[in-house]
Design a protein around this ligand. Structure first.
Ligand code: GLN
Length: 479
């Protein structure tokens, strides 16, 4: 008997996961079933969910925003087209923080995403790709695409106990991905296993001439063939990540993961990344600055739904009303912040300083790794720093997911603290994966136990630019 394609099983779950609010739009069952995917494609019959800031021509693309609530893209993003060409079936578009701005998927025009749980109270799914993470975790799809600007794939993966991978910046095409902060935006992959993530990465890791930031073939050919994780590796432990606010359950899981790698024959080395403590502040200057410029086009004339009843008013009123009504409070806050830090009186003290910190963060990583950075180094890839490490292992987030009711009362600065461990790799454009590690029972969190959520801590493996395969291989050893 032939096996049913996975999307049949997924469709059966549709009504059971509706309360989690993971999707903004769903492909209708009849059209999914009538799709006869290319049976020879490497992704034939695989079910995929796509974050709603990645353009699809069949379903709307809203980026979780009121200003794009009626937008249907005339074309598919390159990553979507590549998946469809390989036979994948798009199941729906996933809910997210508006334009990717947030860490708990609670700043969506379409309401918050909840993580699977038995209790009355919802648990944060992480953000901003929370809908994609919940779609995978609840078995609604084999793989989901997200975007990761400062941690938005890794944090939801850590909170929901799945695998989330942010590849090196520029490897996966951003053509058709709605920009938040171009110099940081990366398409990321969420799945239940490293192997599924690897297959998706291999399919999508190709040059795209339509994306000006796509890594060109000549540079791709300069990327070294990474070491094999079968040989003994030097694993770095970044000391600055051992902060006093790190939850004991997570520190304990970190130690377990390090011991596991040691038992596979790898050696452990402490590493210092001193600029890490400034990375979060630098990120929250740079990302809003880029966002304020990217979001200027949503004015109700060129892009975006226009506010009602204002035709014929002066253009400044039309812009102000459209943008005031169309954007949610978090996006408005970031636009104001970004516009301020780029203004003539503030640029030297904020934007320029943050750029300098970004450079220091990149240099810290380059000093830590044995392999030179192929984008900045003129040294041959065979010349390596023998006291450096091959990959770094650290937690993805300092805390476990929290009850949504607790987060609702949080201010936006506390929300940013969840990103403290993910933004450094984003600022440096490095490959990083979050992988779930079980938490010892005596460290279980009572709120999560009550909600029936499986208790894991996300561990992050970070590699040198272009060492994506090594990062994936080390992650497999922790599965
Ligand atoms: N939480 C971070 C922010 O709000 C990261 C978001 C992301 O990676 N898209 O900017």
């Amino acid at each position: 008997m032939s096996r049913l394609p996975s999307y049949y099983k997924c469709l059966a779950k549709q009504s059971r996961i509706a309360h989690l609010n993971a999707f903004i739009s769903l492909a209708d069952g009849a059209s999914v079933i009538s799709t006869t995917p290319d049976t020879h494609g490497s992704f034939s019959g695989k079910s995929i969910a796509i974050k709603d800031n990645i353009c699809t021509s069949d379903l709307p693309t809203t980026a979780g925003s009121g200003i794009l609530k009626d937008f249907i893209s005339p074309y598919d993003a390159t990553v979507v087209r590549r998946l469809q060409d390989a036979g994948a079936v798009i199941m729906g578009k996933t809910n997210m923080d508006e334009f990717g701005m947030g860490s708990h998927s609670m700043h969506s025009y379409f309401g918050p995403v909840k993580q699977l749980g038995r209790g009355e109270e919802g648990i944060s799914a992480g953000g901003s790709s929370g809908g994609s993470a919940v779609a995978v975790k609840s078995g609604y799809c084999d793989v989901a695409l997200g975007t990761d600007t400062g941690g938005s794939v890794r944090l939801p993966a850590a909170y929901t106990g799945i695998v989330g991978f942010k590849p090196s910046y520029g490897l996966l095409s951003r053509w058709g991905v709605i920009a938040y902060a171009n110099s940081l935006d990366t398409v990321g992959i969420l799945a239940n296993s490293v192997d599924m993530v690897r297959q998706t990465f291999n399919l999508l890791n190709k040059y795209d001439p339509q994306d000006p930031t796509s890594l060109v073939p000549s540079t791709r050919s300069r990327l070294r063939t990474p070491k094999s994780a079968e040989t003994p590796l030097r694993i770095g432990i970044p000391l600055e990540y051992n902060v006093s606010t790190l939850k004991p359950a997570i520190r304990d899981a970190w130690i377990c993961a390090l011991r596991l790698l040691q038992s596979k024959g790898h050696t452990l080395h402490s590493v210092s990344l001193p600029a890490t403590r400034h990375a979060l502040s630098a990120y929250y200057i740079l990302a809003p600055a880029e966002a304020s410029s990217n979001l200027a086009k949503y004015d109700g004339v060129r892009y975006g739904s226009r506010a009602e009843g204002i035709d014929g008013t002066p253009q400044s009123v039309l812009f102000a009303k459209t943008r005031g009504e169309g954007f949610g409070p978090e996006v408005r806050r970031r636009i104001l912040l970004g516009t301020f830090s780029l203004s003539a009186q503030a640029i030297d003290n904020y934007f320029i300083q943050a750029q300098k910190i970004r450079r220091l963060v990149q240099q810290d990583f380059d000093n830590a790794f044995s392999a030179p950075n192929p984008l900045v180094s003129s040294t041959s890839p065979s010349v390596s720093n023998s006291s450096g490490v091959d990959v770094l292992l650290c937690p993805t987030a300092p805390t476990l997911p929290q009850l949504i009711s607790n987060i609702e009362n949080q201010d936006s600065v506390s929300e940013t603290m969840s990103d403290v461990f993910t933004v450094p790799a984003s600022l440096a454009g490095l490959p990083a994966i979050s992988i779930p590690i079980s938490i010892r029972e005596d460290h279980n969190d009572p709120d999560l136990s009550k909600a029936g959520v499986e208790q894991t801590a996300g561990m992050q493996i970070i590699g040198q630019y272009g060492d994506d395969r090594l990062v994936l291989d080390v992650a497999s050893q922790l599965e």
